[in-house]
Design a protein around this ligand. Structure first.
Ligand SMILES: C[S@@+](CC[C@H](N)C(=O)[O-])C[C@H]1O[C@@H](n2cnc3c(N)ncnc32)[C@H](O)[C@@H]1O
Length: 139
């Protein structure tokens, strides 16, 4: 989700995953595709040029063993991220947070990730220095 230049997508592909990588930025996707090709995993990543304001692409139905969304926050998509996980699948989310920072329109309220994903099993959670991260597993 919001994969940017694809560093995580390529890392996952290098570790044997087939990956759907979604971002609205064509230059970022092109950089990701070039990186994947350079690392020899070009066939393992599908790059989706898509505006996540419209939800996930229809072709990204999952279920996924891993869902990663880092440094992109859209609370409207939180339920979709959880739904797309396979049983036992891992969710990794990092967003800006008001905790330890001055706040602003793009920052999560304290405890936002814990509340949004309370149906998952929490494995790790940190919230400090203006950033919140959650690692959780679908039961
Ligand atoms: C701060 S970057 C994070 C990129 C990557 N997740 C990382 O951690 O390196 C935010 C990303 O979100 C993407 N983005 C912002 N709004 C988006 C939207 N509405 N739909 C899809 N991607 C979006 C940007 O193009 C950018 O690649």
């Amino acid at each position: 989700m919001a994969c940017g230049r694809g560093t995580v997508a390529v890392w996952l592909a290098e570790h044997g995953f087939g990956v759907d990588a979604v971002d609205v930025s064509e230059p970022a996707l092109a950089a990701g595709a070039a990186l994947a090709a350079d690392r020899g995993v070009g066939e393992q990543v599908r790059w989706w040029s898509h505006d996540l304001d419209e939800g996930l692409p229809d072709g990204c139905a999952g279920p996924y063993d891993v869902v990663v969304c880092q440094r992109f926050r859209d609370p409207a998509l939180y339920p979709v991220l959880a739904q797309r996980l396979a049983p036992g699948g891992l969710l990794v989310v990092t967003v800006l947070s008001v905790v330890g920072d001055e706040g602003g329109p793009f920052r999560a309220d304290a405890g936002e990730l814990l509340a949004a994903f309370d149906g998952l099993t929490r494995l790790d959670h940190t919230e400090r220095d203006g950033e919140a991260s959650l690692l959780a597993r679908r039961p």
